[in-house]
Design a protein around this ligand. Structure first.
Ligand SMILES: CC(C)(COP(=O)(O)OP(=O)(O)OC[C@H]1O[C@@H](n2cnc3c(N)ncnc32)[C@H](O)[C@@H]1OP(=O)(O)O)[C@@H](O)C(=O)NCCC(=O)NCCS
Length: 149
């Protein structure tokens, strides 16, 4: 039904962010502040991608590189477009960017309850390297994961 070859992926611009902002609270999960996000787009250490299908933003994600380590800042697929493969696609692109920037590893933290994201990261070879207990809202722990490049 979805032809992933029709997916357009490119570096996120403020105009994309403005469009995402309209849906940020409903479709894209509210864990990012718009102003912080806008600053990230002009940060030389950061790379954010946006994916469009049929002209519509369906997924976005970004990394921040510090020395030789890339940190995954976020990957979000629009709620009604999940489990189609968009997340895998954008994660693959982010890993390629980290390689191009000569990173030796990629790190991230994910809520222990986020089974879908954990599955996605494990599928790409990320391994659990640590746990931050009760990191989210003093309740759920954050799993720290790393992928060696
Ligand atoms: C995590 C997220 C980005 C995945 O995006 P997506 O576009 O749905 O990802 P894909 O369709 O490429 O892949 C989803 C995979 O998770 C699997 N999955 C879905 N729900 C699952 C669950 N509850 N438990 C385990 N695996 C699950 C799917 O089967 C698929 O795996 P497969 O390819 O082996 O079949 C999306 O769920 C999302 O935006 N979540 C909210 C934001 C978030 O938590 N981001 C990650 C933390 S930064």
């Amino acid at each position: 039904m979805f032809d992933l070859t029709k997916l357009e992926i490119y570096t996120m611009h403020v105009s994309d962010l403005n469009e995402i902002k309209e849906n940020l609270f409903q479709d894209f999960d509210d864990f990012w502040n718009y102003e912080i996000f806008k600053e990230e787009l002009v940060n030389n250490n950061s790379s954010y991608l946006v994916a469009r299908y049929n002209g519509e933003v369906v997924c976005y994600g970004g990394i921040k590189v510090v020395f030789d380590v890339a940190d995954i800042m976020n990957i979000v697929t629009r709620k009604d477009k999940r489990n189609i493969g968009f997340g895998k696609f954008i994660l693959n692109e982010l890993i390629d960017i980290a390689r191009e920037k000569d990173c030796t590893s990629i790190t991230l933290e994910v809520n222990e309850n986020n089974k879908c994201a954990i599955h996605l990261y494990e599928k790409f070879g990320f391994e659990q390297v640590g746990l931050r207990k009760k990191y989210y809202d003093g309740t759920h722990s954050a799993i720290l994961m790393t992928l060696k490049l």
